[in-house]
Each structure stands twice: as structure tokens, then as C-alpha cells.
Design a protein around this ligand. Structure first.
Ligand code: FES
Length: 186
């Protein structure tokens, strides 16, 4: 009985609000429609920035401290000597100077159309060893020699300063002949 009377007194009791804090309560409207969105919905402004575009075949420009010489000898035995920087591969160098190097796969070591022959054995030995992928592609190259390399896989460095490479009279584009074979079958 005593418990029941206690409960009924508690249920009928008004919420206890301290009179001195009453004016600090936010009105209901501001609680359901807050003036400011929560932080995770707040729009933030960030500076827009981009990285410089690097088109294919853009070369690292030579500088007084990064300047090497390379000579390409075309199929007509005409030499072209260029000043280039370390870090550029022979395919990019040749194409940037309109020399006759096809590069059908875009330098991904999946064709042999960037085949070059290094003129000097000693210079060939200074180059890093060809990878297995490069050797596989070289096996398909027309006119393979002991000093053959794929131009897209040879990167200029100080050790290769003065290198001379010959462009073969023909290249074999296995991709093109593959497509031709598919078209013939169809
Ligand atoms: S461009 Fe295809 S292997 Fe070099």
C-alpha cells in the first residue's frame, strides 16, 4: 500500500526544472530544426589543385649536369646525334625526334618494333641485363643480333653516354600479323 502511494505521487510529479536554468533550455523548434547542420554534413571548401600533365613521349630535358649523347643510325646509314638527359628511354627519345622507331605496344615490352642494335659490344655490356620479358620479345625481332635490345627498355644513364644504336631495316609487328591472321580466318 505504501509502495502504491509512493508510485502515484512520483507519476503525478511535474518534471523538476531548476528555475534559474529554465531560460537556458533551447526551444523545441531549434532542437528539431537545428540552425547549423551537424559537422559531417558541413560543406567544406578545399583548394583545387592538379598535377602537371605528362604526355607520352615527353622527354626529361637535358641540363648542364644531366646531359648525354646518343647517336641513332637509321636504315639508310644516316646518323642522328642527340643530346638527352638520364632517365629517358631510347623509344621515347627516337619518337620525340621523329626517328623511325615504331613502338607498337607503347613501350610495354609486348612487341619487338622498337628493336635496336647496339653498335659497340663494350657499350652493350654496360647496359643492365634484359629482363625475361624483353628476351622473349627479342626472340621475335627481325634480324636479331648479339647486341640487340628493345629501345623502350633501355634507359639513358651516365654509363651510356656516347652510345650508338642502329635501327634495323625491318621490324616484325607480331600484333599486326596476329590481327591479320584473325581477319583471314573470319
Ligand atoms: S615498344 Fe613494344 S616492346 Fe618496345
Amino acid at each position: 500500500m505504501r509502495l502504491l502511494s509512493t508510485l502515484s505521487r512520483t507519476a503525478s510529479r511535474e518534471p523538476r526544472i531548476r528555475p534559474d536554468l529554465h531560460h537556458h533550455r533551447r526551444p523545441l523548434s531549434s532542437r528539431t530544426h537545428p540552425q547549423h547542420p551537424p559537422p559531417h554534413l558541413t560543406r567544406t571548401t578545399r583548394p583545387f589543385s592538379t598535377t602537371p600533365r605528362t604526355p607520352h613521349n615527353d622527354l626529361i630535358p637535358p641540363t648542364p649536369t644531366n646531359s648525354r649523347r646518343i647517336t641513332f643510325i637509321d636504315k639508310d646509314a644516316h646518323p642522328t646525334t642527340l643530346t638527352v638527359a638520364d632517365g629517358n628511354n631510347l623509344l621515347d627519345i627516337a619518337q620525340a625526334h621523329d626517328l623511325d622507331m615504331e613502338g607498337a605496344c607503347g613501350g610495354s615490352c609486348a612487341c619487338s618494333t622498337c628493336h635496336v642494335v647496339v653498335a659497340d659490344d663494350a657499350m652493350y655490356d654496360r647496359m643492365p641485363e634484359p629482363s625475361d620479358d624483353e628476351n622473349d620479345m627479342l626472340d621475335l625481332a627481325f634480324g636479331l643480333t648479339e647486341t640487340s635490345r628493345l629501345g623502350c627498355q633501355v634507359v639513358m644513364s651516365e654509363a651510356l653516354d656516347g652510345v650508338v644504336v642502329k635501327l634495323p631495316s625491318m621490324t616484325r609487328n607480331m600484333q599486326a600479323s596476329d590481327f591479320a591472321a584473325v581477319e583471314t580466318k573470319g
